[in-house]
Design a protein around this ligand. Structure first.
Ligand SMILES: [Zn+2]
Length: 199
C-alpha cells in the first residue's frame, strides 16, 4: 500500500518535470523567429509571367452584406467571374488586384487580391468569392474591377515581415509546394456575426 502510493508520487513527479521542461521549450520556439519559408525571408512574393496576362472579362454580383465587429464595418461577399488570357510563352502565376467600386460614383471602397495560374497562350475563366470591408453607411450598388499585378505583394504567411515563429515554420514549410493555395488560405476573411441580405 505505502509502496504503491510512493510509486504513484514518483510518476506524478515525472510528469511535472516533463511539463516544466517542455513548456519553456515551447515558449522559446514561439519566440525564436526564423526566415519565412514561403517568401524566403524577403517579406514579399512576386508574380511570374504576369506581364503577358490581360483581363478580358470580369463580372461580379453581391452575395450578401453583413455588419461586422459591433457594426464597425460592413462586409461584402462578392462572387466574381473573371476571364484571363495569357499571351506569353511561359506559364503565369501571380496576383490580380481586385477593387470594389461604388457603381454610380466609381469611388474605390476597398481592395483585395486573388492568385491565378494561367498556362502559356491560354484563356481561363475562374469564379470565386472575395470579401471586401467598407464603411457601415455604404449604400447603393457596387461592382468589382480588376488589374493584373505585375510585381509582387506582401507575403501573407509572415505578413510581410519575412520571419515566422520557429514553431510555425513546419506548418508554413509544408504548404510551400502550393503557392496559390498558401496565399489564398491567408486571405483575410472574417466569419460573419450575422447575415442580413440587403439590396
Ligand atoms: Zn513570408
Amino acid at each position: 500500500m505505502t509502496l504503491g502510493s510512493g510509486k504513484n508520487r514518483l510518476k506524478i513527479k515525472g510528469k511535472f518535470l516533463a511539463f516544466f521542461s517542455i513548456m519553456p521549450l515551447l515558449l522559446a520556439t514561439a519566440l525564436i523567429r526564423v526566415p519565412c519559408p514561403i517568401c524566403g525571408g524577403s517579406g514579399s512574393v512576386s508574380s511570374t509571367g504576369m506581364e503577358g496576362v490581360r483581363i478580358s472579362k470580369i463580372e461580379s454580383s453581391t452575395q450578401s452584406t453583413s455588419l461586422q465587429a459591433c457594426a464597425n464595418y460592413r462586409l461584402y461577399n462578392m462572387e466574381i467571374t473573371m476571364t484571363l488570357f495569357n499571351s506569353g510563352t511561359r506559364d503565369a502565376d501571380g496576383f490580380i488586384d481586385l477593387y470594389l467600386l461604388n457603381y454610380s460614383t466609381g469611388t474605390i471602397l476597398d481592395n483585395e487580391f486573388t492568385v491565378e495560374i494561367i498556362p502559356a497562350e491560354t484563356e481561363i475563366t475562374d469564379t470565386f468569392n472575395s470579401y471586401f470591408k467598407v464603411e457601415v453607411d455604404t449604400t447603393g450598388p457596387v461592382t468589382v474591377t480588376a488589374a493584373v499585378e505585375k510585381s509582387g505583394v506582401a507575403c501573407k504567411a509572415c505578413n510581410g515581415a519575412g520571419k515566422v515563429a520557429l514553431n510555425a515554420w513546419p506548418f508554413y514549410n509544408s504548404m510551400k509546394a502550393n503557392f496559390t493555395e498558401t496565399q489564398r488560405i491567408f486571405k483575410p476573411y472574417v466569419a460573419p456575426v450575422f447575415i442580413q441580405p440587403e439590396h
